[in-house]
Ligand binder design. Structure first.
Ligand SMILES: Cc1cc2nc3c(=O)[nH]c(=O)nc-3n(C[C@H](O)[C@H](O)[C@H](O)COP(=O)(O)OP(=O)(O)OC[C@H]3O[C@@H](n4cnc5c(N)ncnc54)[C@H](O)[C@@H]3O)c2cc1C
Length: 421
């Protein structure tokens, strides 16, 4: 069990961002015995909440806002965290160890954590700045989208720009609510950043079978307002065309929220750059956690930025311990999940173009997997409706055990048995 250094227990810790990672840093500090002041500042008015249900259960009406708290209200109150919501952190004076807030107040600190997440990208085409175009990042976005989708059920049309995880989850949810859905994707396949090509093809078919009009290799060129809706001008394999929609969701990814780090001279790239201990190389008092952190992976030495729930959980807990003197670096085997049209996809690791794809089972079997094998080892894979195997796949990947590729290709051999061998 982690033992905090006694000389670090009374430090004042300042956390910018009251999201999942920010909340877990505060909770992790207290769990490890920290007694000093913790100040968490968040620009949203909501107490820290979980985002994955925003595109799934909350949108469907299967989960209530009150169930989304990262830390239940009573427990949070007991942590004694100075929580300031509805306020932006405007900047840092690093020499003074001071944060400036949007209401003009300041907070002095010993250690700071930047946990500011990411900001949805906007369209850069003519008409793409129409404020009625939707994005989905926060609770307010989700509540507004949920109300609009309900109003569209039966007769309305939703256009989703971007066939990444969030766009496809909303497409799936909207179909379940009875809304007509079209998805425009500039690339040749869906969820290309996350899964291998044959899983993309399978998933595209699942969406089509559920009634989603999927336009791949299709670039949006302009957004024209027509009445209360929109006409989307796009160009695809069969040339220029238009698509009319009552509602448009722009789901083309996020940019890590690095303004604060950049503003006080900390290095940024694809996120706030931090070392294996999630500390800025320019100033070890500053840490990063969650979607904003671009961290050095101790296994490969490469920098990695993950936009996943578990990364926010684990990295934030690691940062809390590192602040209190932990000597082991942060390491994470990437894992994320998504649910679409009743299917559960679990992705371990990251797609590796050099890896051989091992086919385990077939979609017709009800569940299947595509595993990535390289240099004699499994480096990740996608499990479709086989979530029970996730733990075993992660263990095989994390432990980097040599695996004969014929073994996982046989679906009758449980993945857990490969670990035992
Ligand atoms: C709709 C949706 C569905 C998702 N589904 C999944 C899923 O199925 N599986 C999965 O693994 N992951 C999923 N994710 C990703 C996961 O939720 C994120 O990785 C996680 O929320 C990241 O946590 P974070 O604390 O880094 O960022 P956030 O939770 O975004 O928190 C950052 C907070 O910082 C605040 N902030 C930013 N700048 C400032 C400032 N200057 N001052 C004060 N506050 C500031 C922001 O307003 C925000 O509240 C989903 C995300 C979304 C949006």
């Amino acid at each position: 069990m982690f033992q905090a250094s006694a000389d670090r227990l009374d430090l004042t810790v300042f956390v910018a961002g009251a999201g999942q990672a920010g909340a877990r840093v505060a909770q992790g500090l207290r769990a490890a015995g920290h007694r000093g002041a913790i100040v968490v500042v968040g620009e949203e008015i909501h107490a820290p909440y979980e985002r994955p249900p925003l595109s799934k259960e909350l949108l469907l009406g299967e989960r209530a806002v009150e169930d989304l708290a990262v830390v239940p209200a009573v427990e949070w109150a007991a942590l004694g965290v100075d929580t300031r919501l509805g306020l932006r952190v405007a900047g840092f004076d690093r020499d003074a160890g001071r944060a400036r807030l949007s209401d003009g107040t300041t907070v002095d600190f010993d250690v700071a954590v930047i946990a500011t997440g990411g900001t949805p990208r906007r369209l850069s085409v003519p008409g793409g700045d129409d404020p009625r175009l939707r994005v989905l990042r926060g609770l307010d976005d989700a509540l507004a989208l949920a109300a609009d989708l309900r109003a569209l059920a039966g007769t309305g049309r939703l256009a989703v720009v971007g066939a990444g995880v969030i766009g496809l989850e909303v497409a799936s949810t909207a179909r379940r609510l009875g809304v007509d859905v079209a998805v425009l994707e500039a690339g040749p396949r869906v969820m290309a950043r996350v899964v291998s090509p044959d899983v993309s093809d399978w998933l595209a078919d699942v969406h089509r079978a559920a009634g989603v009009a999927l336009h791949l290799d299709t670039r949006l060129e302009a957004v024209e307002p027509i009445g209360s809706g929109f006409r989307l001008h796009h160009r695809g394999p069969s040339g220029a065309a238009t698509l009319d929609a009552d509602l448009v969701l722009v789901a083309i990814g996020i940019d890590p929220a690095v303004t604060l780090a950049e503003g006080c001279g900390l290095p940024v790239g694809d996120g706030m750059i931090v070392d294996r201990f999630c500390r800025s190389p320019a100033d070890p008092r500053f840490h990063a956690a969650g979607d904003v952190a671009c961290v050095e992976d101790p296994a490969t030495g490469h920098r990695l930025r993950l936009e996943t729930w578990r990364n926010a959980e684990n990295q934030a807990r690691a940062v809390a311990e590192i602040i209190l003197g932990r000597a082991e670096p942060f390491a994470e085997t990437p894992w994320m999940w998504t649910s679409q049209h009743g299917h559960d996809l679990q992705v371990v690791g990251r797609p590796d173009p050099e890896a051989v794809v091992i086919r385990r089972g077939d979609p017709a079997d009800g569940g299947f997997a595509r595993l990535w094998w390289r240099d004699g080892r499994l480096v990740g894979g996608v499990l479709v409706d086989q979530g029970r195997d996730r733990r075993f796949l992660e263990q095989l990947v994390t432990e980097a055990r040599p695996v004969d590729p014929a073994a996982p290709a046989d679906p009758s051999r449980p993945l857990r048995s490969l670990r035992a061998g």
